[in-house]
Design a protein around this ligand. Structure first.
Ligand SMILES: O=P(O)(O)O[C@H]1O[C@H](CO)[C@@H](O)[C@H]1O
Length: 293
């Protein structure tokens, strides 16, 4: 007989982590910011920081990918209490999907109402350039089509319903707010809005796969975000998703370009200051319950 394999976290395990964090910091965040690959510098905009290494937090998985520091940073941004994940978890690291999304339910128990989810992504849309920011308006969940959803298993009604709606996953008013903020900052020229497609990774896509994703309606491709968004929406958070187009997906058999993680990190470094200004102004303008522009 094999020992029974763990299938997910219990409500009590999420609560142990949330209670531990609550006891260690006076911050009571309403906003969570998840940093994509190479975008961990976003946490630097938080004031009055209290930083926890993932290795010190009960039940927390450990980051293994370059460009993901593995720290939870609490602090304030323009007077608003935030928590920032400097490092997220991916399926390709070998984590089961319920571990990838573990922090989201912890944030919900801490009182977070809005999740700002960022990522590095490859551009499939030929109008996109390296360095563009893409507001995520929708997603294609390829692992989900194959049954790999973070909501598989018994549903805990304390978090949310069995069959959550995803047609409004990326809050329309928050996207409008981001457009306004980008206009004011002079960023409109490199702001796009589109559909993000998640794949399993860690290999980058083949040329045929890129063509398939584009035909399915994707504008950008990455290996994260969607699982977190599904869990955030399930437990009632509002979601704002932002991709940095770090590379152009290779669509042409004659091309000499090759997707690589170093280019992804380099584009993140080059756009770091604009991303910080964008998120900072966005949070400043975020209202507690509503942002009808
Ligand atoms: O989605 P984030 O974490 O930003 O990272 C993206 O960048 C890495 C590939 O370079 C992959 O992990 C992909 O998902």
């Amino acid at each position: 007989m094999f020992p029974e394999q763990k299938q997910g976290y219990t409500y009590e395990e999420y609560k142990v982590t949330a209670d531990w964090l609550r006891a260690k910091t006076e911050h009571r965040p309403l906003i969570a910011i998840i940093c994509g690959s190479g975008l961990g510098g976003l946490a630097e905009i938080l004031k009055d920081q209290k930083v926890f290494s993932y290795s010190d937090i009960p039940n927390f998985p450990q980051s293994t990918v370059q460009g993901h520091a593995g720290q939870l940073v609490f602090g304030t941004l323009n007077g608003k209490s935030c928590v920032c994940m400097q490092g997220r978890f991916h399926l390709y690291e070998g984590f089961p999907i319920w571990q990838v999304t573990f922090p989201i339910r912890v944030f919900q128990l801490l009182g977070v109402q809005t999740a700002i989810v960022t990522n590095a992504a490859g551009g499939l849309n030929e109008d996109y350039n390296v360095g563009d920011m893409m507001l995520i308006k929708d997603h294609l969940n390829l692992p989900g089509f194959a049954g790999n959803s973070p909501l598989v298993g018994p549903n805990d009604e304390r978090f949310g319903p069995r069959f959550p709606c995803m047609s409004d996953a990326y809050d329309r008013d928050l996207r409008k707010l981001a457009q306004t903020v980008a206009r004011e900052l002079g960023f409109s020229d490199f702001l796009k809005e589109g559909v993000y497609s998640v794949v399993g990774g860690p290999s980058f896509e083949t040329i045929a796969e890129c063509h398939m994703l584009k035909r399915l309606g994707a504008d950008a491709v990455g290996m994260s975000t969607v699982h977190e968004v599904i869990v955030a929406r399930h437990c009632g958070m509002r979601v704002f998703g932002l991709s940095l187009i770090t590379n152009k997906a290779v669509m042409d058999y004659d091309s000499k370009s090759k997707a690589n993680h170093e280019e992804v990190l380099q584009t993140g470094r080059e756009r770091a200051s604009q991303l910080k200004r964008m998120i900072s102004s966005f949070v400043e303008r975020l209202e507690r319950n509503n942002n009808v522009c």
